[in-house]
Design a protein around this ligand. Structure first.
Ligand SMILES: C[S@@+](CC[C@H](N)C(=O)[O-])C[C@H]1O[C@@H](n2cnc3c(N)ncnc32)[C@H](O)[C@@H]1O
Length: 220
């Protein structure tokens, strides 16, 4: 990972309690353009980051995960493809407030996050109110959040949360490949997705807009 110039692995001390040096400066000091920035959170091997970077050269992508061994696969593939619009950031999602300034991010992809089904683990769900309120700090007003998941429970939970909070739903399907066949954006397959598809599990997809003025509350 250290040999890749598109991989950032900050130490805990680099970001805990203070801002990372690129906060608010990703456009000017890192990508060198004003193109939209899209995050893939819990990117694993970074299939979305790499494939979307290929499909959208006019956008910048950052794959984020805490696990370096998984991320290395995506970083290697992106390096092989000579992508200048893909970056990998190894850190905890909880710390993203130290990395990105208000309005710096245009879209967020959540690709097969752990569903954290136990109610007392709601705080850990990447689509729960704690995380959604964290994303509000750096996602543009009405920026899009995409959720792709094998878990019908997580899908239903997130849809209910969006509805309770009056968020605008863009797309909501419980059988992605049956209902939106051939959509190139949605047919990128991740490592975890492949495992679920082989077991015959249906894939759910939800996209909604997040206004940033109002705190998101739990659906209770
Ligand atoms: C089920 S895997 C999905 C990986 C990949 N998106 C895929 O679909 O193959 C969830 C990923 O989220 C990462 N993750 C979970 N919680 C995280 C956190 N709080 N901060 C950073 N990464 C996290 C894990 O390390 C893991 O790689």
């Amino acid at each position: 990972m250290k040999g890749f110039d598109h991989v950032i692995e900050p130490s805990f001390d680099d970001v805990f309690g203070h801002d990372f040096h690129l906060k608010g400066k990703w456009h000017s000091n890192w990508f060198g353009n004003n193109n939209p920035i899209v995050l893939e959170l819990g990117c694993g091997k970074g299939e979305y980051t790499v494939s979307l970077a290929e499909m959208y050269p006019q956008k910048n992508f950052i794959g984020i995960d805490i696990k370096g061994a998984r991320m290395w696969k995506g970083a290697k593939e992106s390096h092989h493809r000579k992508q200048v619009n893909a970056t990998f950031l190894r850190t905890r999602i909880e710390l993203l407030g130290s990395f990105f300034a208000a309005g710096e991010i245009d879209e967020i992809w959540l690709t097969f996050p752990d569903p954290q089904p136990k109610w007392k683990r709601e705080k850990k769900r990447l689509t729960g109110p704690a995380f959604i309120n964290l994303y509000r700090n750096f996602l543009k007003e009405n920026g899009i959040i995409h959720l792709k998941t094998d878990s019908r429970e997580l899908f239903d939970y997130t849809l209910a949360l969006a509805q309770v909070n009056g968020l605008q739903i863009i797309t909501s399907v419980t059988d992605l490949y049956g209902q939106l066949p051939g959509d190139p954006l949605l047919s990128i397959r991740t490592h975890y997705e492949d495992i679920f598809l082989k077991k015959g599990v249906l894939i759910n997809y939800l996209a909604f807009r997040l206004p940033n003025e109002k705190e998101i509350i739990s659906r209770g």
